[in-house]
Each structure stands twice: as C-alpha cells, then as structure tokens.
Write a protein that binds this ligand. Structure first.
Ligand code: ADP
Ligand code: MG
Length: 331
C-alpha cells in the first residue's frame, strides 16, 4: 500500500464544516465572524509517551484526546485537526484500528480531520487541533487572582495508578486495573467542562505532567501562590470522574498503597488530562452547576494566595511537612 492509498483508505472522509479538507496542498477553514481560532499541537512518541504494543484503537483515541484537552483548557470548541504520522510500516489492521479510535473521538466532538503528513519512520503521531471561541474569551494561565478558589476536575491520579501497576510498582485488583488503565490509555478530554468555564474561570490549565507541576505554570503566569488542602486531594484517586455515570470507581481500601503513595499519584502523577482552574469565591455555586451540566466531577482543593509558592496544609489548616521536590521526581 503506497502513501496516497494509505491516506485515501484510512484518513480521507467527506468534508463537513471545513471549506476544504484532505487532498490539496492546504486545507481551508473559515472561522465565523467574531470568533478566534485556538491552535495546539501534541506529539506522541512510542517508548516515550506510550508503551510499545499499546492497543492502536486506544492510541488513536489518546493522540486526539491529549490535543482536545488543550482546547478544553482554553475553553475552545473543537473544529478540526491535522495528523502527521511516521510509521515503521503500513500495517493494515493497525491502521484500521488506529483510525477507528481516532475518528470515534473526533466524531463525538464534531472535530474533522482536514490534512496531515505521512512518512516512514519510528512510530510518531503528531496532531494539531483547531478550535474556536468568541474573541477575547479564551481561558488563560495568567488570570488567577489572590482569593480565588482552586479546583480540579475528575479523578487525578488514576492514570499514574495504572502506570505504576503496569510497571510493577504496586499490585491492583484486576477490575481496578482495567478501570484505571482505560483512564491512562483512553483519557476523556474535559471539553464540555472547558466550555462551561468560559466567563466563569479566571484561569485554567490541563494536567498532563502532574497536578502540582502544571499548577505551577498557572501560579507563575499569574504571579500568585496557592494553598492546597491535602485532605481534599488524596481520596480523589478513587473518585468517579463523572457525576452521573461513574467510569472508574472503587473503594480506597482495595488499594495496597499508603496514603503518601496515593497522595503522590494525585498531586504528581501525569497523563490524567483533568482541568485545574480558578474561580472567584462568589462563583462557587456556578462552578458546581457547570460541573453538573458537563457531567464532570469538580472538587475545590484549595485557594490562590498573594504570597508566591505552593503550600500543602492538613484538614486543620496546619502546614504539612512536604517536600514538593519529591513530587517532581515521582511524576
Ligand atoms: P504535500 O506534499 O503537498 O505536502 P502530501 O502529499 O504530503 O501533500 O499529502 C497529500 C494530501 O494528503 C494533503 O492534503 C495532506 O494534508 C493529506 N495528508 C497526508 N497525510 C495525511 C494524514 N496522515 N492524515 C490526513 N491527511 C493527510
Ligand atoms: Mg504541497
């Protein structure tokens, strides 16, 4: 199968909203008047971002999901994407499964494939997504203000819990492993929540490298600090991520992990693609309503401070002995 046949067979579909899709030198998009384009790229490299032998259908899903997650963090609505693919060989069954996972998620978000590039080489998947939002409405990292509430969506830590089990760091009951492995390999981008947060959140970021590590980007960009209530976070690892339909829920006591290990999964584990965001305290009810409308769990885990730095406190507000550097190494 040649390059053009491969593109035609697996990656060419009828154009819907784009002005021009796959097949010419450029694709064409026509953003609606008053709208801005939000654009982001993410690359997935075998051995670095996913384990060799990962199920191709899940890989197709994840390659797009991590990009949609960036749109979610900006509050943008997905429009279209391009796919640059390096493949060691054109393996028909692998390509069909990859495309199935990719297009299932794309269709769920009305996001169409409009172009890309295909070449032979070590497996590497690079997607660029295009989203749209009303001019000036993008959620940025730089908008957090002292006094704001600090929130996280879903169940951070579950992807790290799965990775640890796959690496043999700890055992997991098979039903728990199946549930959290799906969170690692088939993450749900929080697009619906991101749209709800427009005009509500003062800042937002998606968690790809770990909750604390990504939060630091917000703190730096906003020139503020934060205090996190440890008792609000360690149990999130066993939370169901959806408000109505739980997709990974189990009893904390089924885990053979110490509280400190669980806390590290939640605060430093990567690959969850949850949103961390800030809102003025007066908007608390509005945040819960936004979570309910987007069917996404939202948990208030702390607050933004004027003083720079990150502080972890216990249930009584007392500072915890915590070396945040140790969280970095764990990520
Ligand atoms: P060019 O050489 O002009 O850059 P290519 O020959 O690389 O174009 O690609 C031909 C067409 O197929 C272009 O429209 C390109 O966007 C599209 N295309 C190439 N690879 C992919 C892919 N993996 N998925 C979707 N479209 C692709
Ligand atoms: Mg060309």
């Amino acid at each position: 199968m040649g390059e053009f046949e491969l593109i035609h067979r697996h990656f060419t579909r009828p154009v819907r909203r784009a002005a021009l899709g796959v097949g010419d030198d450029c694709a064409l998009l026509s953003p609606a008047p008053g709208m801005q384009l939000a654009i982001s790229s993410d690359m997935l490299l075998e051995g670095r971002h996913f384990l060799p032998g990962t199920d191709p259908e899940r890989l197709g899903h994840k390659a797009l999901a991590v990009n949609l997650s960036d749109l979610a963090a900006c509050g943008a609505r997905p429009l279209a994407f391009t796919l640059a693919l390096a493949l060691p060989q054109a393996h028909e069954a692998w390509l069909a499964a990859f495309a199935r996972g990719l297009f299932a998620l794309a269709d769920a978000h009305g996001c169409e494939l409009i172009g890309g590039d295909t070449t032979r080489g070590p497996l590497n998947i690079c997607i660029t997504v295009f989203g749209e939002l009303p001019r000036g409405d993008a959620l940025l990292r730089s908008g957090a203000r002292a006094g704001d509430d600090l929130w996280v969506s879903g169940a951070p830590g579950q992807a790290r819990l799965a990775l640890g089990a796959l690496r043999g760091e700890w055992p997991l009951p098979s039903a728990v492993l199946a549930a959290v492995r799906a969170r690692l390999e088939r993450p749900t981008p929080r697009v619906a929540l991101g749209l709800e947060l427009r005009g509500l959140a003062t800042s937002a970021i998606d968690v790809s490298d770990g909750l604390l590590g990504d939060l630091v980007h917000v703190l730096n960009a906003s020139q503020v600090g934060a205090t996190i209530a440890a008792d609000k976070t360690s149990h999130l690892i066993a939370a169901n991520t959806c408000q109505q339909s739980p997709d990974a829920v189990f009893e904390l006591k089924t885990l053979a992990l110490s509280e400190a290990q669980r806390q590290r999964c939640v605060l430093a584990g990567g690959d969850d693609y949850e949103l961390v965001f800030t809102t003025p305290p007066a908007r608390l009810d509005a945040v819960h309503a936004a979570g309910a409308r987007s069917r996404t769990r939202v948990t208030r885990i702390g607050r933004i401070d004027a003083a720079p730095g990150l502080r972890l406190v216990d249930g009584g507000g007392q500072p915890l002995q915590g070396d945040f550097a140790s969280f970095d190494h764990f990520a």
